[in-house]
Design a protein around this ligand. Structure first.
Ligand code: FPP
Length: 253
């Protein structure tokens, strides 16, 4: 492979809204589910590339709380794809030192998919490379409301004093408080929406919209996105003199 210049530092945590599977398939005269099948190839390639680049975490929006309202045949197909993906990818995840974690209302998933997911989480728990987080039956508002419910119960039981609450206290009630917030959010297929994804965690993430649909988003498209990240000046609300920029680059072959 040719050496490519990457921004240094690279984002530590990339989150992706994988959009456009249906459009990709429809434009080619295929059924929507063929788009999801093609989308799995991109999941595989992007995960492998993020592991190779030593990114800390990759979060993929694989199924939202709203997606349950899609036609039942599509939902069933997606759940089957998830189960098969988990079963087939374990060897590759182990080889690439990738740890799987999942966020969302996981109890809503069919028993078979949940079983494969828990098995893969257990098997990869000792891996120390990339953390691959799949957001499944996930919604940003559900995450916050689930967290507040748990918080309210702890207050009622006298475990927490609401007077002591700050942002870090609330973060502890989110689905995964260990993984640092994404610093880069990519959405494919040209849409400029967050669609209820990581509403708390994306506060300071840089946003990048790729025009290509998810099945076409392969490593070259990821490199292009990472190069764009390198051009951003991240200020975190500070003045230009105080704010840092990431403009240097490093070569990875
Ligand atoms: C959005 O495209 C995509 C989804 C709702 C599902 C994403 C699923 C995959 C990439 C495959 C399965 C994932 C794993 C991890 C095994 P869309 O259907 O909304 O596309 P459209 O906007 O063009 O209709």
């Amino acid at each position: 492979m040719q050496a490519t210049d990457f921004p240094d530092p690279l984002p530590q945590h990339v989150a992706i809204i994988m959009d456009g599977n249906g459009r990709w398939a429809t434009e080619r005269g295929m059924s929507r589910v063929r788009g999801h099948v093609a989308g799995v190839q991109s999941v595989r390639e992007i995960t492998t590339e993020c592991a190779r680049l030593h990114l800390g975490s990759l979060t993929l929006y694989a199924f939202s709380v709203e997606n349950w309202k899609r036609p039942s045949t599509e939902v069933r197909y997606l759940m089957r794809l998830l189960r098969v993906f988990l079963r087939r990818e374990r060897t590759t995840l182990m080889k690439n030192d990738v740890r799987l974690r999942c966020i969302g209302r996981l109890d809503d998933l069919p028993a078979g998919a949940l079983k494969e997911l828990r098995r893969t989480e257990r098997m990869t728990a000792g891996n120390t490379g990339l953390v691959l987080r799949l957001a499944l039956s996930y919604g940003g508002r559900s995450e916050i409301s689930d967290g507040l419910k748990a918080f309210g119960l702890d207050v009622a039981q006298g475990k927490v004093d609401p007077k002591d609450v700050d942002e870090e206290t609330l973060r502890a009630y989110l689905y995964d408080s260990e993984t640092p917030d994404p610093d880069f959010i990519i959405r494919t297929a040209g849409e400029m929406r967050l669609s209820n994804f990581l509403l708390w965690q994306l506060s300071y993430a840089e946003l990048y919209v790729a025009q290509v649909c998810w099945p076409e988003f392969k490593k070259e498209a990821l490199w292009k996105a990472l190069a764009a990240f390198g051009e951003r000046h991240r200020k975190f609300g500070l003045s230009p003199e105080q704010g840092g920029a990431c403009k240097s680059s490093r070569s990875i072959s």
